[in-house]
Ligand binder design. Structure first.
Ligand code: HQG
Length: 178
């Protein structure tokens, strides 16, 4: 149940807040009452509570959402037209990106770009990059991003959570294959 709830809430907060009549602010926060009201209108989630959502967050394998006081947001993954504003922050020296073999030529020619999301998603460690890449290819390629050098050269980075970093784009001159 928690996996299904997490997927539904990710869909609402990342991709389709209007389907749930959510008023989202520029940082992606929505009143949790609005989300609960929308969920209660669906057969599957008639009785879901804030406690269930908090428990879903607590038991999740990834830190995708957070609740602070009466609001909830997704940490990353957004595709809605209104760009979620993030504060730039200095990245670790190296970040990783797991991707499919079939995307490699285009990435090495054009750099990493967000595709259907608002930001490029980068991973703090190789294991995380592996699992991200496996979503696209059973033998994913792992890219090493020279993130601190890019940052020092003026490329913007943003922290999603401890394992996920975000960037607007990453030119290929900062990317090499593991
Ligand atoms: C690729 C999941 C061709 C990029 C994950 C990736 C992550 C290019 C794909 C989060 C390209 C986009 C995001 C270029 C980038 N040419 N392909 N120039 N630039 N790409 O799913 O990073 O479980 O939108 O390499 O774990 O795979 O949902 O992004 O393969 O943290 O919480 O375009 O979503 O988190 O794919 O994954 P995605 P992603 P959750």
């Amino acid at each position: 149940m928690y996996t299904r709830l997490s997927k539904e809430i990710s869909y609402a907060l990342r991709h389709a807040p209007w389907e749930y009549e959510l008023e989202m602010d520029e940082e992606g926060w929505v009143p949790i009452e609005q989300l609960l009201d929308a969920l209660h209108r669906k057969n599957d989630w008639k009785n879901v509570t804030q406690g269930d959502i908090q428990q879903m967050i607590n038991v999740s394998d990834k830190k995708r959402h957070e609740i602070i006081e009466s609001r909830i947001r997704a940490f990353y993954g957004h595709s809605i037209p209104m760009k979620i504003s993030k504060t730039q922050s200095r990245p670790p020296e190296i970040l990783y990106h797991g991707t499919a073999r079939r995307f490699m030529k285009s990435i090495m020619d054009n750099g990493l770009s967000p595709q259907s999301r608002q930001y490029v998603h980068l991973s703090r460690d190789i294991e995380t990059a592996q699992s991200v890449g496996k979503r696209h290819d059973d033998k994913p390629c792992i890219l090493i991003v020279d993130s601190l050098r890019a940052w020092n050269d003026g490329i913007a980075f943003y922290c999603g959570n401890e394992k996920v970093w975000l960037a607007d784009t990453v030119p290929s001159s900062y990317i090499k294959e593991l």
